[in-house]
Design a protein around this ligand. Sequence first.
Ligand SMILES: Nc1ncnc2c1ncn2[C@@H]1O[C@H](COP(=O)(O)OP(=O)(O)OP(=O)(O)O)[C@@H](O)[C@H]1O
Ligand SMILES: [Mg+2]
Length: 266
Amino acid sequence: MSLLTVNNLTVKAGAKALVSDLSFTLDKGERLGLIGESGSGKSLTSLAVTGLLARQLQAEGVVTLKGTPIIGAKDRDLNALRGTAVAIVFQEPLTALDPLMRVGQQISEVVNRRAKRDGDRVTRGEMDAEVAALMDEVNLPASLASKYPHEMSGGQRQRIAIAMALACKPDLLIADEPTTALDVTTQAEIMSLIKRLVAERNMALLFISHDLPVVANTVDRVVVMRHGVAVEAGAVGEVFRSPQHDYTKSLLAAAKAFDNAIGGQA
Ligand SMILES: Nc1ncnc2c1ncn2[C@@H]1O[C@H](COP(=O)(O)OP(=O)(O)OP(=O)(O)O)[C@@H](O)[C@H]1O
Ligand SMILES: [Mg+2]
């Protein structure tokens, strides 16, 4: 059984379909990329598979995460899954962080929630040690635990958001343009961090990005979306080497033209 099964997912706002008839699966430890132009439905797909769609949107079809149906599920069941099966890292880390709470405290809240769920008792000392270990995993010194989000750089904040995602010990990590808000050097550092952690912890990864070279280096398979429809899917090497759909060809050509333009200036 796949970790995540998406079968004929349709997301509508009233009569308007924003995602149509989308199907894919993701196995344990597998890495899948979602690409496509702005507004093609990538983020809505990631929200639909975690049951986080806005109330005014309706989802149809069957989404199963770790054997639990997501569409139509009660919040209580979804909350249990969000702690265990899946965690999301968003584009802008500030959206995931509480501005009024020290970051170490924010990580320990997630650790606490997970401990409660697992029926573990965690002492104050164990908690501090776990927060320090999580910060170490994302290459941050434990001394930063006492900082507030606004006292950190964007890259450091994204590392904290990743540490919070890891604290849930998820089987599936969803990263929705996790580096778009960061400068190029920090982007590369965060991507190598995500790739290392996904491999070390054998997490599955649903990776959303506009950066096609990064996608090629990060995922095994890719789904190409346009206007809410999957126009092409397959092994990332094959799809990028010999795209079948005109839309995929144009996406790759645009990325290549950009690369050439940059290369031309160097
Ligand atoms: N809550 C909402 N209500 C109505 N329409 C929405 C809502 N959220 C998103 N949409 C619309 O659904 C479409 C898909 O949005 P989505 O955020 O999934 O795009 P995306 O592929 O993630 O784009 P980007 O690359 O810019 O992040 C867009 O046309 C968007 O305007
Ligand atoms: Mg998006």
